[in-house]
Design a protein around this ligand. Structure first.
Ligand SMILES: *[C@@H]1O[C@H](CO)[C@@H](O)[C@H](O)[C@H]1NC(C)=O
Ligand SMILES: *[C@@H]1O[C@H](CO)[C@@H](O)[C@H](O)[C@H]1NC(C)=O
Length: 300
């Protein structure tokens, strides 16, 4: 059981929210707050809380970014991500995607050569910038000469993803962006992006093109961070040259919060357990994915 002790020290400021942060056992300042639960283990217990930034997450406010195993529920008022707050209930998955049943949503991607990946339950495990996708959207991501994939995510019916992806011919010449870590090659798209995961060793760079007819405004220029990832999307030629150039191009503002101190009585062992639980879920999930992949190949 978690119990929070609050000490408020209010100083007038703007636009940002203060949130519970289970990692630091304190508070954080962001554009939005999130609360994490593992549906696979227990669909009602909040196991992790924190902050995130980025207007691209706005459509999730009051909702959960959700796959079969995990939910990240987003809200936008001070300390709205209390572990005891009410969040949207987990939707039981009923869809069939390829050979997999019981999915909340279906996801598929097609490579440049035209080969379709194994359709599967929509999942945000091991995702980077694709995590922002919402149901009924298709997006092309190009990060290298060889890695140029079109993703579709949907929940309108069994195997909706394979139907949806057939109709896609997404290309865009709006901006020229640099690709790969070295940034020597270029691609064309609606947006350029640069992302990093925790440190600068895992920089990714490339182009994003969204099907605006399906989901208008899914991606927007600006800064976003979530789960150790940081992203900048920008809209001018080669604006993703490096982090500094992208920051300037996207006109990023730091969120300003009321100065607030929070301490929690969540013990170190409880935090460790929550962390272990999440890693364990990810492991189980990837094993199940690998298994369904094999089954699909055997049957297909
Ligand atoms: C949530 O978990 C409870 C207890 O395990 C279970 O009875 C319930 O059906 C679950 N809800 C959904 C929507 O799966
Ligand atoms: C966008 O999606 C719609 C619906 O699937 C499709 O008809 C249309 O061709 C797509 N647009 C492009 C540019 O691929």
């Amino acid at each position: 059981l978690l119990m929070y002790l609050l000490v408020f020290l209010l100083i007038p400021s703007a636009l940002a929210v203060s949130c519970y942060d289970s990692t630091t056992k304190s508070s954080c300042c962001g554009d939005y707050c999130y609360a994490y639960r593992s549906n696979y283990v227990d669909n009602s217990t909040i196991r992790e809380t924190g902050c995130l930034r980025g207007s691209i997450f706005r459509p999730f406010i009051g909702k959960c970014l959700e796959d079969n195993d995990e939910s990240y529920c987003f809200c936008d008022t001070d300390y709205c991500n209390s572990p005891t707050a009410r969040y949207p209930e987990w939707k039981h998955g009923t869809l069939k995607c390829g050979q997999t049943k019981g999915c909340i949503s279906c996801e598929v991607h097609r490579s440049l050569s035209g080969s379709l990946a194994t359709p599967r339950c929509g999942s945000f495990f091991a995702k980077s910038i694709e995590i922002v996708m919402q149901t009924q959207s298709c997006v092309r991501f190009q990060i290298s000469e060889y890695d140029n994939k079109l993703y579709c995510l949907c929940d309108t019916g069994n195997n909706c993803d394979t139907k949806l992806i057939k109709a896609q011919k997404l290309t865009s010449n709006k901006v020229t962006c640099l690709m790969e870590r070295s940034g020597k090659e270029t691609c064309k798209g609606d947006f350029c992006f640069i992302s990093q995961w925790y440190d600068l060793m895992s920089v990714e760079r490339g182009c994003i093109t969204n099907n605006e007819t399906l989901y208008a405004g899914l991606y927007q220029s600006g800064y976003a961070n979530f789960l150790g990832y940081q992203y900048i999307l920008c809209e001018s030629d080669k604006c993703n040259k490096d982090w500094k150039t992208a920051e300037k191009s996207a006109d990023i503002k730091e969120p300003l919060c009321h100065t607030t101190t929070i301490t929690t009585t969540m013990s170190p062992s409880e935090i460790l357990e929550a962390d272990f639980q999440r890693q364990w879920n990810n492991l189980i999930y990837s094993l199940r994915n690998a298994f369904s992949d094999i089954m699909w190949r055997l049957q297909g």
